[in-house]
Design a protein around this ligand. Structure first.
Ligand code: FAD
Length: 136
């Protein structure tokens, strides 16, 4: 599965809690690359003239038509995104990448344990698992 660089357009934004927001994205140029549940993308943004990049797991499942990230407002980039990234906005992304996915380790009854923002890959894996194996 190859990683690529693309420009994403924000098509929806939802406040999940007072300091956690989810953004949904479509690709400006067409189809989004295939993704495995649990993989991340790198978001690139410019703050005070300096390029900054951070990794964010896709909280959407591979069956979804758009990509979603869910970000806690904790520091420089996450705060900037909370303040500035609105519906219609564009952002550069690389990815998807990462080997943390159930596809690499198929099992009958997976146990998903997470804490804090670590819930985002679990959420993607859970939804992917239920889409592929509703009896799971
Ligand atoms: C593979 C991967 C997947 C990830 N997925 C997600 C995800 O799905 N959702 C998500 O929210 N995050 C995720 N992250 C974390 C994300 O990449 C960023 O690290 C996170 O958003 C913080 O970046 P920031 O620029 O907002 O904070 P930074 O400015 O980089 O600060 C990081 C932390 O240090 C603290 N800090 C900064 N400066 C100081 C200082 N001077 N003194 C004391 N403390 C300080 C901040 O409060 C913050 O807690 C993921 C990271 C990785 C590696």
């Amino acid at each position: 599965m190859s990683s690529t660089s693309l420009t994403l357009t924000c098509i929806a934004r939802r406040a999940d809690t007072h300091d956690v927001t989810s953004w949904q994205f479509a690709s400006l140029t067409g189809d989004l690359p295939a993704v495995l549940a649990g993989q991340c993308i790198t978001l690139h943004t410019e703050i005070d003239g300096k390029l900054q990049c951070r990794a964010y797991t896709l909280s959407s499942s591979p069956q979804d038509a758009c990509w979603q990230v869910t970000i806690k407002d904790v520091g420089l980039v996450s705060h900037h995104l909370h303040q500035s990234l609105q519906v219609g906005g564009e952002i550069r992304a690389d990815g998807p990448f990462g080997d943390f996915h159930l596809t690499a380790l198929p099992c009958e009854r997976p146990l998903l344990l997470s804490a804090g923002s670590g819930i985002t890959p679990m959420w993607a894996m859970l939804r992917d698992e239920l889409a592929r194996r509703p009896e799971a």
